[in-house]
Write a protein that binds this ligand. Structure first.
Ligand SMILES: *[C@@H]1O[C@H](CO)[C@@H](O)[C@H](O)[C@H]1NC(C)=O
Ligand SMILES: *[C@@H]1O[C@H](CO)[C@@H](O)[C@H](O)[C@H]1NC(C)=O
Ligand SMILES: *[C@@H]1O[C@H](CO)[C@@H](O)[C@H](O)[C@H]1NC(C)=O
Ligand SMILES: *[C@@H]1O[C@H](CO)[C@@H](O)[C@H](O)[C@H]1NC(C)=O
Ligand SMILES: *[C@@H]1O[C@H](CO)[C@@H](O)[C@H](O)[C@H]1NC(C)=O
Ligand SMILES: *[C@@H]1O[C@H](CO)[C@@H](O)[C@H](O)[C@H]1NC(C)=O
Ligand SMILES: *[C@@H]1O[C@H](CO)[C@@H](O)[C@H](O)[C@H]1NC(C)=O
Ligand SMILES: *[C@@H]1O[C@H](CO)[C@@H](O)[C@H](O)[C@H]1NC(C)=O
Ligand SMILES: *[C@@H]1O[C@H](CO)[C@@H](O)[C@H](O)[C@H]1NC(C)=O
Ligand SMILES: *[C@@H]1O[C@H](CO)[C@@H](O)[C@H](O)[C@H]1NC(C)=O
Ligand SMILES: *[C@@H]1O[C@H](CO)[C@@H](O)[C@H](O)[C@H]1NC(C)=O
Ligand SMILES: [Cu+2]
Length: 602
């Protein structure tokens, strides 16, 4: 039950849809040339996408054609083992852990094609902590542009200014400068997390890595023998900054090789990686052990379908929430999401394919040179060989969607309290001339987010009436008091979008086709899924509930790098009076003052 009562269902659902569009003053563009409608159209899009790929293949044209070449001269540091140290001491006694990151340009070739990357090492160094630990990470920015590091999924209760969100919680770290991130891991938080640059599309170029939080209180702790990281990412053979310029241009990415120019269509990647390598990663395991595989999608655009031949996967964690185990053959994982699965090495000794299949049907443009089946090799009880194992014969039932929410049942049950406030938001892509030329931008209601250069970003919003201090590029929902808040997000785009809320774990209390106004039977408040990133279905809606008890300015955005850069971001400003009490280190404001000195990015 909920305090959110949908309006009566009189009239056709189309009337409601038109009304909603009118109310929100939205003129969505049709990014695939299909009319605004129900989610079933999305399946058609998928087929159309596949046809476009076949056509492009027949023409032998495409992004990156003929560019692939192998190079042995990689200057990027890589770590060949992604097994976690079984001797890491898991304890409830907190300690302080120090890390040094140096972020610079380096040459690497994760997929065999040499290019400039933005990295420390690739993937970034593992940060491994216990719940309650203090984490100190000094970031030395040796890039020519400003950057920030965001700690994805960390609650940052009382330290919102350490959230690392460019233009929202901090100004970019100027070139040549350091920024020391210093915060306490929430004592009640554990599981699989990650970190990444949160400035423009920089993380697409390599600035990302795993953050693992152990705890003896984690319900699934002790139910496995060993742990391994499985980092999935999509990869581009050119710098993201150039692709972003094209993507945001009037014409958009040149789609002429794919059946027509397509403004608003994202650049499709050139390859996919498992633990930073294409086809090359190996998992050398021991027989008859239970392995906790920690899957993390650090990609920019791609949802992956993960599976291991002949091995059933028991899903036990989603975004830091321990789950009642559920057995599957395949796990869909969208950008920024995490799952832990338990795999038992009890089949015939030998080598097996680990598969991360890129869901290219979710793209707007296909890349004919993209091999969507990304492979790694898992071996136990034998010397590694090229596996001849077979893929599962059953397909995953849905395209571009999350695991069914009925499969995401938290082990520690928690029913959300009744809500005390709610708001609807409509997301869309629209053509605009607000920056001069015609551009396709992404909108939350009628705002398309842009980084605004600020002096003291947090203090600015510490007063009531904050909305008026921001320009029209900022959609900010302010809560002066603790509320139980429902956000209904309606999707007027045909594609699905992985949305992430900073600083919170939300309940997913509803999801459906069409827009919310078109009808909802009942919101689910009986131990609903809890996570920090969910996939909003194409032409669908989701309802999430969270408590506004974490003071700060929190971004809520689509995690597809291109979409965030196109403006698909809004913010929640919680408890401004407590923000005023923050002891913000002076280097935050010093670095804001220096913004004009260094080249900073949007
Ligand atoms: C978004 O627009 C809808 C429709 O006009 C409105 O009801 C809602 O309050 C808006 N949301 C926000 C956060 O302003
Ligand atoms: C590299 O791999 C080893 C073995 O798993 C691990 O102990 C170490 O933390 C890794 N180093 C980094 C910097 O990620
Ligand atoms: C720095 O930013 C500029 C402007 O966006 C861009 O052209 C350039 O490629 C960026 N450099 C790096 C190393 O990201
Ligand atoms: C930044 O940190 C690095 C490593 O700790 C140090 O060598 C360097 O001098 C620092 N730079 C500045 C400008 O403080
Ligand atoms: C990766 O493996 C797949 C399946 O074996 C193969 O089709 C593809 O050509 C391989 N890619 C590279 C770059 O080796
Ligand atoms: C292997 O382990 C799985 C998971 O515990 C179990 O369901 C399966 O029956 C086992 N298979 C064999 C051959 O022992
Ligand atoms: C999720 O599972 C439930 C129960 O099996 C089913 O009714 C529902 O249609 C499924 N949802 C989707 C989106 O497949
Ligand atoms: C929550 O809302 C439901 C339905 O609106 C109501 O029956 C119930 O009493 C409420 N619970 C509390 C604690 O207010
Ligand atoms: C916040 O709570 C206080 C104390 O309960 C109350 O006086 C005040 O009106 C509330 N403010 C808002 C904006 O609801
Ligand atoms: C509510 O969510 C929980 C957890 O995902 C699930 O077990 C339950 O079936 C859902 N109930 C309804 C009515 O959808
Ligand atoms: C944040 O801390 C405050 C006060 O310490 C507490 O009341 C609140 O529940 C915390 N919120 C979260 C999300 O941990
Ligand atoms: Cu998106």
């Amino acid at each position: 039950m909920s305090t959110l009562v949908p309006p009566s269902k009189e009239g056709s659902s189309n009337d409601h849809e038109d009304l909603a569009l009118k109310e929100a003053r939205i003129t969505p563009i049709r990014r695939s040339g299909f009319p605004i409608g129900r989610r079933k159209l999305f399946v058609i899009t998928g087929i159309a996408g596949a046809v476009a790929i076949v056509l492009a293949l027949a023409l032998g044209l495409g992004l990156g054609l003929g560019l692939k070449k192998t190079s042995n001269s990689s200057y990027v540091t890589t770590n060949s083992s992604f097994l976690l140290d079984p001797n890491f001491v898991v304890t409830s006694t907190p300690t302080t852990r120090y890390y040094e990151f140096v972020i610079s340009e380096a040459v690497g070739s994760p997929d065999g094609f040499q290019r400039t990357m933005l990295v420390d090492q690739f993937p970034g160094p593992l940060i491994e902590v216990n719940s309650g630990d203090e984490l100190v990470v000094n970031v030395f920015n040796q890039l020519p542009n400003g950057t920030t590091i965001h700690w994805h999924g960390q609650l940052q209760n009382g330290t919102n200014y350490m959230d690392g969100t460019n233009g929202i919680t901090q100004c970019p770290i100027p070139p040549g400068m350091n920024f020391t991130y210093h915060f306490t891991i929430n004592p009640n938080q554990y599981g699989t997390f990650w970190y990444h640059a949160h400035a423009s599309t920089q993380y697409t170029d390599g600035i990302y890595g795993p953050l693992i939080i152990h705890s003896p209180s984690e319900p699934i702790y002790g139910q496995y023998d060993r742990e391994a990281l499985v980092i999935l990412s999509d990869w581009y053979d050119v710098m993201s900054s150039g692709l972003l310029t094209q993507y945001l241009s009037t014409a958009g990415i040149d789609g002429s090789n794919y059946g027509g120019v397509n403004p608003g269509a994202e650049p499709p990647p050139d390859s996919g990686l498992i633990n930073g390598k294409m086809n090359g990663s190996s998992f050398d395991l021991q027989p008859n052990l239970r392995y906790r595989l920690r899957l993390i999608n650090m990609g920019t655009l791609t949802e992956f379908m993960f599976s291991v031949d002949s091995h059933v996967l028991s899903v036990v964690e989603a975004d830091g929430t321990s789950l009642v185990p559920v057995d599957v053959h395949r796990v869909p994982i969208h950008v920024a999401q995490r799952y832990s699965v338990i795999l038992t090495t009890n089949q015939t000794a030998g080598s097996y394919n680990v598969r991360a299949e890129m869901q290219a049907t979710c793209y707007k443009l296909g890349n004919p040179n993209l091999n969507t089946m990304v492979l790694a090799t898992m071996t136990y009880g034998a010397s590694p060989t090229t596996p001849n194992s077979q893929d599962w014969s059953d397909a995953f039932p849905s395209l571009c969607l999350d695991l069914n929410n009925t499969m995401i049942v938290p082990q520690i049950p928690m029913n959300p309290p009744n809500s005390t406030d709610s708001v609807q938001v409509f997301m869309s892509f629209q053509q605009t001339t607000q920056s001069g030329g015609t551009q396709t931008l992404a909108f939350m209601n009628s705002t398309s987010w842009k980084r605004i250069a600020q002096i003291l970003p947090l203090l600015q919003m510490s007063k009531l009436g904050i909305q008026t201090t921001f320009d029209s590029s900022q959609l900010v929902v302010v809560h002066d008091n603790i509320t139980v808040f429902d956000l209904i997000l309606n999707n007027y785009d045909d594609a699905s979008h992985p949305f992430h809320l900073h600083g919170h774990v939300f309940w997913i209390i509803g999801e459906g086709d069409g827009d919310y106004l078109s009808g909802v039977s009942q919101l689910n408040t009986t131990n609903p899924p809890r996570r920090d990133t969910l996939t909003l279905p194409g032409y669908g809606w989701v309802a999430i509930r969270f408590i506004t008890d974490n003071p700060g300015l929190w971004a809520f955005h689509c995690h597809i790098g291109w979409h965030m850069a196109a403006g698909l971001l809004m913010q929640f400003a919680s408890l401004p009076s407590q923000i005023q009490q923050f002891q913000i280190p002076s280097y935050l404001s010093d670095q804001c003052a220096q913004q004009s000195g260094g080249l900073v990015v949007n």
